[in-house]
Structure formats: C-alpha cells, structure tokens
Design a protein around this ligand. Structure first.
Ligand code: HEC
Ligand code: HEC
Ligand code: HEC
Ligand code: HEC
Ligand code: HEC
Ligand code: HEC
Ligand code: HEC
Length: 250
C-alpha cells in the first residue's frame, strides 16, 4: 500500500507559552497525527540519543499530543509508526528546503539572490552545512570551532583548503568573514564588493601618514586603491593563499 505524503506548508505560528519552548505549526501529512518524540526514539535511537541540547531541541508542535521536536520538521508521525517505519510516510527535509523555509522565511530570499548557492536547483541542501540533529546547527559537525565551519565549506571547495606555502591568516577567521554563505548581491557571494572587504582588517594598523600616503602592510597603496578591488589581476588574486608569493599572487 502506498501512502502519499501531502505536505501543506502552513504559515509559521509562534505563540507565547509559559515554558521556554518555541511553538510552531509544522509541516502536515494528510491523515496523520502527532505521536511524540518517545515513539521516534524507539526505532531511531541514534538520532534521538544526541538530539538533546541541539539547536532545534526546544521546538514544540502546537498540539497537546506531542511535545515533540522531531515532528516539527518531519511532520506528524502516526502513519509512519503504524507502517513500522519506511520511506514515503514521513517528511524527509533533505529532499526539499520547504520544511526549513517554513520557519526561516528569510532564507528563501537569500537563496534567490543573483549570487547564491544553487539550493533552489537542488544541488545543495541546508543539511550540507547545518546539522539538524546534533549540537549547534551553525557550526558544522563535530564542534563549535571556526575550523569546523571552514571544513564544512572545504569538503566541497577543495581548492580553498590548501595547504598553501604562503597562508593568508584571514582564513583562520573562517570563510564567512568574506563570504555570505547563503547568497549575496555581490559576485562570488562576497560580503562586500570592494576594498572594504579587506580593509576591515588591513587598515587597522594603517597609516595615513602626514605626507598623504596610504600605507597598507608596508607599501603605499594610494594609487593602487583606485585600480578597483584588492584581488584584481596583478594584485592579490590568490586571496585564499598562495604557493608562489607572500603577497598572495599567483
Ligand atoms: C517502528 C519503528 C519506527 C518508528 C517508531 C519510527 N520510525 Fe522512522 N523509520 C523507520 C524505518 C525502518 C525507516 C526506514 C529506514 C531506511 O529505509 O533506511 C524509517 C525512516 C525514517 C525517515 C527517513 C524517511 C525517508 O523518506 O527518507 C525519517 C525522516 C524518519 N524515519 C523519522 C521518524 C520520526 C520523526 C519518527 C517519530 C515520529 C519515526 N521516524 C518513528 C522506523 C521507525
Ligand atoms: C530542524 C529540523 C529537524 C528536526 C527537529 C529533526 N530532524 Fe530529522 N532530519 C532533518 C533533516 C534536514 C534530515 C535530512 C538530513 C540528514 O539526514 O541529516 C533529517 C533526517 C532524519 C532521518 C533519516 C536520516 C537518518 O539520519 O537516518 C531520521 C531517521 C530522522 N531525521 C529522525 C529524527 C528524529 C528521531 C528527530 C527527533 C529526535 C528528528 N529527526 C528531528 C531535520 C530535522
Ligand atoms: C518549526 C520551526 C523550525 C523549523 C522547521 C526549522 N527551524 Fe531552524 N530554528 C528555529 C528556531 C525557533 C531557532 C532558534 C533556536 C534558538 O535560538 O534556541 C532555529 C535556529 C536555527 C539555526 C541556528 C541559528 C543561529 O542563530 O545560530 C539554524 C542554522 C537553523 N535553525 C537551520 C534550520 C534548518 C537547516 C532547518 C531545516 C532542516 C530548520 N532550521 C528548520 C525554528 C525552526
Ligand atoms: C553552503 C553552506 C550553507 C547552506 C547550504 C545553508 N547554510 Fe545556513 N549558514 C551557513 C553558515 C556558515 C552560517 C553561519 C553564518 C555566520 O556565522 O556568519 C549559517 C547561518 C544560518 C542561520 C543563522 C544566521 C542567519 O543567517 O539567520 C540560519 C537560520 C540558517 N543558516 C539557516 C539555513 C537554512 C534554512 C538553509 C537552507 C534553506 C541554510 N541555512 C543553508 C551555511 C549554510
Ligand atoms: C555540498 C557542497 C558545498 C558546500 C558544503 C559548500 N558549497 Fe559553495 N558551492 C557549491 C556549489 C555546487 C556551487 C556552485 C558552483 C558553480 O556554480 O560553479 C558553490 C558556489 C560557491 C561560491 C561561488 C563560486 C563562484 O565561482 O561564483 C562561493 C564563494 C562558495 N560556494 C563558498 C562556500 C562557502 C563559504 C561554504 C561554506 C559556508 C560553501 N561554499 C559550502 C557547493 C558547496
Ligand atoms: C579574506 C577574504 C576571503 C576569505 C576568508 C575567503 N574568501 Fe573565498 N574569495 C574571496 C574573494 C575576494 C574572492 C573572489 C576572487 C576573484 O573574483 O578573483 C573569493 C572567491 C571564492 C570562490 C570562487 C573561486 C575562486 O577561487 O575565485 C570560492 C569557491 C571561495 N572563494 C570559497 C571560499 C572558501 C571555501 C573559504 C573558506 C575556506 C573562503 N573562500 C574564504 C575572499 C575570501
Ligand atoms: C579577518 C581579517 C582579514 C581580512 C578580512 C583580510 N585579511 Fe589579509 N591578512 C590578515 C592577516 C592577519 C594577515 C597576516 C598579518 C599581516 O601581514 O597583516 C594578512 C596578510 C595579508 C597579506 C600578506 C601581507 C604580507 O606581506 O605578508 C596580503 C597580501 C593580504 N592579507 C591581502 C588581503 C586581501 C586582498 C584581502 C581582501 C580580499 C584581505 N587580505 C582580507 C587578515 C585579514
């Protein structure tokens, strides 16, 4: 028997409660009711075992029958449980970002920007970068470090991983110091389109000396800053790290 999963993406509904939970109207599956997280844990012990304390463990469904955070993303689980599990009876958000958009409304817009990860085309999913079940959802699997965040990116973008002979220490701060991870109006998803991207760190020990020079690093950049971005050809185009030049050139 085939059970169709009809998903009605209802609008976000946040209500005030006496507890600290965030109450929402979750995705729907026609004919199904909520069963509660304990039921899920019986068969999915591994996921349930590390779910406590994760970013989404405080979500609750606005239904008396279920203080279940699982069903906030997966939809009501009664039909899935009755079928003894299996595919086609429960929502798997990996196949569509709609579950996430339901609560994170602004992300649909970010992924529609002219320069964005091809999520709408189905080539990237939210869970490529966010762990829905364990720990801090924004920091990548396995830890709350910036390094873990960069590893999330370099598992696909191997060219930026290095190692480089001449490292750029900006990389220690993580990729998002320069890139908006979801999307941006700027090319290459850059956070800024011009020298400000670099100068937020490099003019910190600047030097606008009395003689009118603008020193970045050790060099006068007065005329260079007018050439366009700092990473145009002939300047610091190997911005992630270089194997040939300390000044980050190819
Ligand atoms: C009776 C055991 C059982 C219970 C209870 C159960 N599941 Fe499952 N679930 C399964 C089995 C078996 C699969 C299929 C695994 C596979 O094919 O790899 C599955 C698959 C899934 C999938 C993947 C579906 C897909 O299409 O990829 C999700 C998501 C899921 N379960 C969530 C839940 C949630 C949430 C609950 C609680 C509401 C729950 N399960 C309760 C046994 C169960
Ligand atoms: C924030 C939304 C969210 C919540 C809350 C959530 N999940 Fe998931 N779940 C996902 C996403 C996204 C995927 C697909 C990506 C993946 O597998 O990590 C998934 C996949 C799954 C799968 C199938 C893949 C697998 O790992 O076997 C199961 C089973 C599952 N979830 C069970 C649960 C259970 C049990 C809970 C509650 C303890 C839960 N989920 C809570 C978003 C969520
Ligand atoms: C039912 C509503 C709901 C759904 C569905 C949902 N989220 Fe969330 N999400 C929240 C809420 C509420 C928070 C804030 C939690 C907190 O601060 O304690 C949050 C927080 C987050 C954060 C961390 C934000 C931060 O400031 O660090 C990420 C990342 C995230 N969600 C990603 C996802 C992804 C990916 C999905 C789909 C798999 C998803 N969410 C589905 C409600 C939801
Ligand atoms: C290419 C990797 C990637 C993908 C795909 C991705 N994210 Fe993120 N997301 C990040 C990173 C990295 C951060 C942390 C940003 C920071 O620290 O400045 C983040 C932050 C967030 C936050 C908290 C800050 C904010 O911008 O609101 C939420 C919520 C979030 N993501 C939701 C989502 C949802 C929902 C999806 C899917 C529709 C998604 N993300 C897809 C990488 C990604
Ligand atoms: C699941 C694989 C995957 C992950 C993880 C991922 N990306 Fe991407 N990224 C892609 C794909 C696919 C494209 C589109 C590539 C293309 O069109 O050539 C892309 C494009 C980009 C681009 C634009 C490239 C260009 O040539 O315009 C940047 C910048 C980028 N990603 C940065 C990041 C950052 C930063 C992270 C971590 C927060 C990240 N990516 C995580 C797959 C991924
Ligand atoms: C110091 C700022 C900075 C940091 C940090 C940074 N990037 Fe970039 N990235 C840039 C700039 C600037 C460009 C545009 C280069 C161009 O257009 O020639 C770029 C371009 C890209 C591209 C497009 C291909 C290319 O090399 O031109 C990808 C993919 C990318 N970055 C991924 C990443 C990843 C992944 C990380 C983290 C591991 C990261 N970036 C960290 C500044 C940065
Ligand atoms: C998050 C801070 C940060 C950002 C943003 C940043 N840098 Fe850096 N950069 C550093 C640090 C730290 C060093 C190593 C110490 C130093 O020489 O100032 C460095 C070193 C360099 C060097 C090598 C200088 C030398 O002679 O050793 C160049 C060239 C450079 N950065 C160019 C850029 C460019 C181009 C951008 C913008 C795309 C940029 N940086 C953005 C922090 C940053």
């Amino acid at each position: 028997m085939l059970l169709a999963v009809a998903s009605v993406w209802s609008l976000l509904f946040v209500a005030c409660e006496t507890t600290q939970r965030t109450v929402v109207a979750p995705a729907q599956i026609a004919g199904a009711t909520y069963v509660g997280a304990q039921q899920c844990a019986e068969c999915h012990a591994e996921v349930a075992g590390h779910f406590d304390g994760s970013t989404h463990s405080n979500l609750a469904v606005n239904d008396d029958n279920a203080a279940s955070s699982c069903e906030a993303c997966h939809g009501p689980g009664s039909l899935h449980v009755a079928a003894g599990g299996g595919k086609g009876t429960i929502i798997n958000p990996e196949k569509s970002p709609e579950t996430c958009f339901q609560c994170h409304l602004d992300k649909r817009g970010q992924f529609s920007l002219p320069n964005s990860h091809p999520l709408m085309a189905g080539k990237v999913t939210c869970s490529d970068c966010h762990d829905p079940h364990e720990g801090n959802a924004t920091k990548g699997k396995g830890g709350a470090t910036l390094e873990a965040e960069s590893e999330t990116c370099t598992k696909c973008h191997t060219a930026q991983k290095g190692p480089f002979v001449f490292k750029h220490n900006a990389m220690i701060e993580g990729c998002t110091v320069c890139h908006n991870p979801h999307g941006s109006v700027n090319a290459r998803m850059l956070a800024q389109r011009d020298a400000n991207l670099c100068n937020k760190c490099h003019l910190e020990r600047p030097a606008v000396a009395g003689n009118g020079t603008i020193v970045v690093g050790t060099e006068d950049h007065r005329s260079r800053l007018m050439n366009g971005t700092c990473w145009v050809a002939g300047c610091h185009e190997a911005v992630h790290g270089s194997n040939s030049s300390k000044a980050l050139r190819y």
